[in-house]
Design a protein. Structure first.
Length: 316
């Protein structure tokens, strides 16, 4: 096995023992065109195609909470030619369903964590709160009177808010929206008081003073929003709500193929232009071992599964 450019490994599939992998294009199943996973897949594909000697063909399968995309790759031959790049919905979604047609741990072989995205706790300036403790104090003083906007059941913003409510012991009422844009519109208009928004979407409104950023949801400060403190450091120790994104192959894909793909993707994620492009999308490049991605997923299923169960969140 050689992990550099050109000839990589010898295929272990029956009837192809003398053929170098990859000998044909790789299909990467992703979310809707223009989405975060799709954009990252296309960016990485450009960076690793030369070393692989084959292009990465992106197959967009958006909607259905990741079910369609997951089923396609879960049922694909474990030969390294069908891959899946998807976010936390892949493993969080099944926690909100009565039944799931796939099991992340059983049906997929992790390759690497490609990136992570944070949310920003922003409030209306009309609230006159500047810190997380001030917000918690206000919510406790006026239970059930503050509203937060979230774009869809089980969305990153929804789960971040429910975790905040549980850890802070506050009653804040959810207002459901069909998208992030109307959430921000109503925030600016003063119709709702707070939201856990996407960094690139809320940043212009924070700069203009139309919204006030209190803190970010990651455990550590993030280059996505430098200078903005974490919720954990300003009022709720241990708080963390991050959306992860990973690359997967079907279960039982040969270890040599997983290692080669991991090597190439992690190499690409370290390139400065890739880092800059991903940060502009609101995604912090990561690059991990397969084992680290698997451990993160297991931890998130356990941690966020409790939030989902306690809040009675079911996919709609």
């Amino acid at each position: 096995m050689m992990l550099g450019g050109g000839l990589i490994i010898t295929s272990v599939s029956a009837g192809e023992n003398s053929t170098a992998y990859p000998f044909k294009p790789l299909r990467v199943v992703a979310s809707s065109a223009g989405g975060s996973a799709d954009s990252v897949a296309r960016l990485l594909g450009l960076k690793i195609a030369a070393n692989l000697g084959q292009p990465l063909v992106i197959d967009n399968r958006g909607g259905s909470g990741g079910i369609v995309a997951a089923e396609i790759v879960a049922k694909a031959p474990p030969d390294g030619y069908s891959l899946l790049i998807y976010g936390s919905t892949l493993w969080i979604g099944p926690l909100m369903r009565d039944k799931s047609t796939y099991d992340v741990a059983r049906d997929f072989a992790p390759v690497t964590m490609t990136g992570s995205s944070i949310s920003v706790l922003v409030v209306s300036p009309a609230l006159s709160v500047k810190t997380v403790p001030q917000l918690i104090a206000l919510a406790k003083a006026k239970p059930g009177t503050l509203n937060y906007g979230a774009a869809g059941t089980g969305s990153t913003g929804h789960l971040a808010a429910e975790l905040f409510k549980a850890m802070a012991g506050v009653n804040i009422v959810r207002i459901n929206y069909k998208g992030n844009a109307p959430v921000l519109t109503d925030m600016i208009a003063g119709q709702i008081q707070l939201t856990f928004g996407i960094g690139p979407a809320v940043e212009p409104h924070v700069r203009s003073g139309r919204l006030t950023a209190l803190a970010i949801t990651s455990a550590q400060p993030s280059p996505l929003l430098p200078g903005v403190p974490t919720i954990a450091s300003t009022g709720l120790p241990g708080y963390e709500a991050v959306s992860y994104q990973g690359l997967f192959a079907p279960a039982k894909t040969p270890v040599a193929i997983i290692e080669m793909l991991n090597h190439e993707i992690v190499r690409a994620l370290k390139l400065q232009d890739v880092k800059e492009r991903m940060l502009s999308m609101g995604v912090e490049p990561v690059g991990s071992t397969p084992q680290q991605l698997a451990a993160t997923i297991a931890s998130e299923i356990s941690r966020m599964g409790k939030v989902i169960k306690d809040a009675g969140i079911r996919e709609q």
